[in-house]
Design a protein around this ligand. Structure first.
Ligand SMILES: [Fe+2]
Ligand SMILES: [Fe+2]
Length: 246
């Protein structure tokens, strides 16, 4: 059964939660689980932003199918190729063989190394490239070493949504609540967000700072990370934590 949520008028969260995993990356305890976020845009073209970990792939595929509601998938934007987000690419290709995968040269190199058969589906982009899906026009921003070499983020210039890859995320399963203003973040989430930052991206502080510098030049209205709540209000609070590494 599908389980998805509306993020904006035409953007849907189609990710899934994992409560079974004890250690994230076999190192970091996640007693409150973790979410693998993926987002599906229904424009003139249909666009999926990243996939999910293999452990929740089945739920994810049902969610994608549910939101598409009979439409096919035209594009898959891959911002980050770590297996907790890239593992389900082949399953998407099996179901939507004509999908064009939009990503960086390094990402495609990693996909080939993973053995994915993607040669007919590649659409390579570099920083500053833009792509129109109908109403929505996105631009791609390189985010090298946040926290893998191939990483990029995608900014939707039409509605100010930033698909932020593994930046601005948090440990903890979402369990129905999706947005930062649906939870008491300062009470219930900040510790998990700190643990996430410290263990996952904090080591790459200078690279995160570089991304923040780039982010400060665009008018971000919403942050869609690959783990944890979507930020649609009080963005300054969270960005400031990243800025000052708090
Ligand atoms: Fe990652
Ligand atoms: Fe991740």
């Amino acid at each position: 059964m599908h389980c998805f949520r509306k993020v904006t008028d035409d953007l849907y969260w189609v990710g899934a939660n994992d409560h079974r995993l004890a250690l994230f990356e076999n190192i970091h305890p996640i007693s409150r689980g973790v979410s693998y976020n993926s987002y599906l845009l229904l424009d003139k073209k249909t666009v999926l932003f990243d996939t999910v970990d293999w452990s929740v792939c089945r739920q994810f595929l049902e969610n994608v199918q549910g939101v598409l509601n009979g439409r096919t998938l035209d594009y898959l934007v891959i911002n980050h190729m770590e297996p907790d987000h890239g593992a389900s690419i082949e399953e998407i290709l099996i179901r939507y063989p004509k999908v064009k995968i939009i990503s960086t040269e390094k990402s495609f190199l990693i996909m080939h190394q993973f053995g994915f058969k993607i040669d007919d589906n590649i659409e390579q982009v570099v920083e500053g490239d833009t792509k129109s899906f109908g109403k929505h026009v996105v631009t791609f921003v390189a985010a090298p070493m946040v926290h893998w070499p191939e990483a990029m983020v995608t900014f939707d210039t039409t509605n100010g949504v930033l698909f932020a890859a593994d930046a601005f995320g948090s440990f903890g399963a979402l369990d129905g609540k999706l947005f930062n203003d649906e939870v008491d973040f300062k009470r219930d989430w900040i510790d998990e967000a700190r643990r996430y930052y410290t263990n996952i991206v904090g080591k790459y502080g200078p690279h995160v700072q570089l991304l923040l510098k780039k982010a400060s030049t665009i008018d971000i209205k919403m942050i869609c990370p690959l783990h944890g709540p979507v930020w649609r209000s009080d963005l300054g609070y969270f960005l400031d934590k990243y800025d000052r590494q708090l």
